[in-house]
Design a protein around this ligand. Structure first.
Ligand SMILES: *Cc1c(COP(=O)(O)O)cnc(C)c1O
Length: 360
């Protein structure tokens, strides 16, 4: 067996010890005589699994008691619709900051249900930064205010989140959840597809303040109403059981590794290795304003497309895979989520140095 360092933007690497535990428990989990893939979601063993996963996440993120944690399906993309369907209720206006491709999708989905104000955008700068914003321009009576905290495709992250006063702040945290400190109390809703920092695809985590639940119009489908899932402990219908099980193992792994502070420290070291090299090199170049560089997704370019192709294929031959940039940005992107070991980043930087010497 030879495992590679996988720099995919998602689905992405999982911690090796989590995969090993899953392997050990594949045929029989916790004395049940069966695999979690075969288990009723109403069984005692699965109940323990989902309750434990929630309580570990609460502990890791310090989630206050007046927030619900929901385990849903449909990806972050379904939240683009669920948020407006549930939260548009008084002014039917929402403020958005447009920081990239995922923000744009969230904006266009919200427009189907109400009025959207884009109060700041970095589109004019090709999304290479988080735009300046001024709370004076925010809609005072908006039903919610939406941001994409980490922009997976463009490689930017907020260093300071907007102060939206009484307007609930909603954050798409798909590519940065659990990567660094996050003060949950600043948010009305945090949502994230699991396939970047948490688990295989198929699970969406929603952390929602209780007062935002229960106001959806009658016409909202049952499955798209937060109340349905909040009232049933995410067991209204069959949840993505196996993915929740893996998420629980990952949460435990993070806890055993020292929690978010320890993970954040390593993530900062990993990102610094890459960014320091990019800053020093006059061959490779980072594409993002240094003030807003993501800890998770690092896009960079070479002088020509031919060199990029060569780099990506030679890197793959060395076991450094999925380094092609998003089709909208080109060049390269190294996604260095929580589960990417620092050794993987060191190997990548070593290879970049080597490539620079041979090709400059
Ligand atoms: C990956 C990603 C999405 C899309 O997630 P799905 O679970 O595939 O719907 C949305 N937003 C951000 C920031 C992402 O990184």
């Amino acid at each position: 067996m030879s495992r590679v360092y996988n720099f995919s933007a998602g689905p992405s690497m999982l911690p090796e010890n989590v995969l090993k535990q899953a392997q050990e428990e594949m045929l029989e989990c916790r004395g049940s005589g069966m695999s979690v893939t075969e288990m009723s979601h109403r069984s005692k063993v699965f109940d323990d699994i989902i309750v434990e996963a929630e309580s570990l996440l609460r502990e890791l993120m310090n989630i206050p008691a007046n927030y619900k944690v929901l385990f849903l399906q449909g990806g972050a993309s379904t939240q683009f619709a669920m948020v407006p369907m549930n939260l548009f209720r008084k002014s039917k206006v929402a403020d958005f900051i447009n920081t990239g491709a995922w923000s744009k999708k969230a904006i266009s989905e919200s427009k189907k249900f109400g009025k959207v104000n884009v109060v700041a955008s970095s589109e004019g700068d090709k999304f290479t930064k988080i735009p300046d914003f001024d709370s004076g321009s925010f809609t005072k009576d908006a039903d919610f205010f939406h941001i994409t905290t980490n922009n997976t495709i463009e490689g930017t992250v907020y260093k300071k989140i907007p102060d939206t006063g009484n307007v609930p702040l909603v954050a798409d945290m798909s590519s940065s959840i659990l990567s660094e400190f996050c003060d949950v109390t600043k948010y009305g809703i945090i949502y994230a597809g699991a396939q970047k920092n948490i688990a295989p695809a198929g699970l969406t985590i929603v952390i929602i303040r209780e007062d935002l639940i229960g106001h959806a119009p009658e016409t909202v489908p049952t499955m798209l109403n937060y109340k349905t899932h909040a009232d049933s402990g995410s067991l209204y219908n069959t949840p993505p059981c196996y993915t929740i099980y893996i998420a629980g193992l990952v949460f435990k792994h993070i806890k055993d590794s020292g929690g978010i502070p320890a993970i954040e420290k390593i993530n900062r070291e990993k990102a610094a290795l890459l960014y320091d090299y990019l800053d020093d090199s006059d061959f490779f170049k980072g594409t993002v304003d240094p003030a807003h560089r993501s800890l998770m997704n690092v896009p960079f370019i070479l002088p020509t497309d031919e060199l990029s192709k060569k780099f990506i294929s030679e890197a793959a031959a060395r076991g450094l895979v999925t380094l092609a940039g998003h089709r909208s940005v080109g060049g390269m992107r190294a996604s260095i989520y929580n589960a990417m070991p620092i050794e993987g980043v060191k190997k990548l930087v070593e290879f970049m140095k080597d490539f620079e010497v041979k090709n400059k």
